[in-house]
Design a protein around this ligand. Structure first.
Ligand SMILES: Nc1ncnc2c1ncn2[C@@H]1O[C@H](COP(=O)(O)OP(=O)(O)OP(=O)(O)O)[C@@H](O)[C@H]1O
Length: 262
């Protein structure tokens, strides 16, 4: 597949009288690595849910992997998308083992029932867990894992169906500094892999943007502040507008840093 992986035109989302997104027009092309950044309540998760075919917009049009939302079977579309978010993690059935959680990612379902998995599936799940440094967790119950371990297992699960689009909602949230740096490093390696899917990641912090991410979209109060190449978007002007505080921004060795300036 070549070309556009996501195409949103004039997308708005309203819930219970509140406007969560307003007039978002956004294109993601194959192979790009995007980060969505903005303050609390900006609409980042809402936008990612639209991109994951989990939420239908109130207005505008959405094409995901060349399928138009509203005219396609989302149950066929969702396994083509890897989606890791705390909203998914919260729904993991009690007692679900790590290996089963990753295997069920093949079908974008939660809770193993009567699906058949062959040895190729199991080998792939084990290889993904190994690549994310989780090989010792395979037989553990997901609910007993630390936050950092959960985040890495969720990414392995999201990669399980060999998705064309990988969506990560705040993958580093709640991690200590060492675990964050480990995860950012792994995501940087994934971003550098030409065989990896197109990636869109949500974060509050420019410090969590891995090396190799190519594009950024800034949101504030449901509206676009800026979008485009990451070094054109992460400017003092744009970040200050997005977060509503005067921010200085710096880049060192491919990573970004922001702080308030007075
Ligand atoms: N069902 C709903 N009804 C009304 N408002 C909602 C509903 N769901 C979400 N919101 C509001 O929409 C806004 C955007 O929420 P969203 O979770 O997309 O933001 P976010 O940028 O991901 O925030 P955070 O960084 O805090 O996770 C928030 O102000 C939230 O309170």
């Amino acid at each position: 597949m070549a070309g556009e992986v996501l195409q949103l035109r004039g997308v708005g989302v309203k819930r219970e009288g509140a406007t969560l997104l307003r007039d978002v027009t956004w294109t993601v092309n194959e192979g790009e690595r995007w980060v969505i950044v903005g303050p609390n309540g900006a609409g980042k998760t809402t936008l990612l849910q639209v991109a994951a075919a989990m939420l239908h917009p109130s207005s505008g049009s959405v094409e995901i992997l060349e399928e138009e939302l509203g005219r396609t079977d989302v149950f066929e579309l969702r396994p083509r998308i890897g989606f890791a978010s705390s909203a998914v993690a919260e729904k993991v059935p009690a007692g679900e083992t790590v290996i089963d959680l990753v295997l069920t990612g093949s079908y974008a379902i939660l809770g193993r029932w009567q699906e058949e998995y062959d040895t190729t599936d199991v080998s792939r799940a084990v290889a993904l867990l190994e690549a994310l440094g989780c090989s010792d967790l395979i037989r553990r119950s997901f609910s007993t894992l630390s936050e950092g371990e959960r985040k890495r297992v969720q990414i392995a699960r999201a990669l399980m169906p060999d998705p064309e689009l990988l969506l990560l909602d705040e993958p580093a949230a709640g991690l200590d500094l060492g675990a964050r740096e480990d995860l950012v490093d792994r995501l940087g390696r994934l971003a550098a892999d030409p065989a990896a899917p197109t990636i869109v990641m949500v974060t509050h912090h420019v410090e969590e943007v891995p090396e190799g991410f190519t594009h950024a979209l800034l949101l504030r109060r449901g509206e676009l502040v800026a979008q485009g190449k990451v070094d054109e978007v992460f400017t003092t002007e744009h970040l200050t507008a997005a977060f509503g505080v005067p921010l200085g921004v710096d880049r060192q060795n491919g990573r970004w840093y922001a702080r308030t300036v007075r």
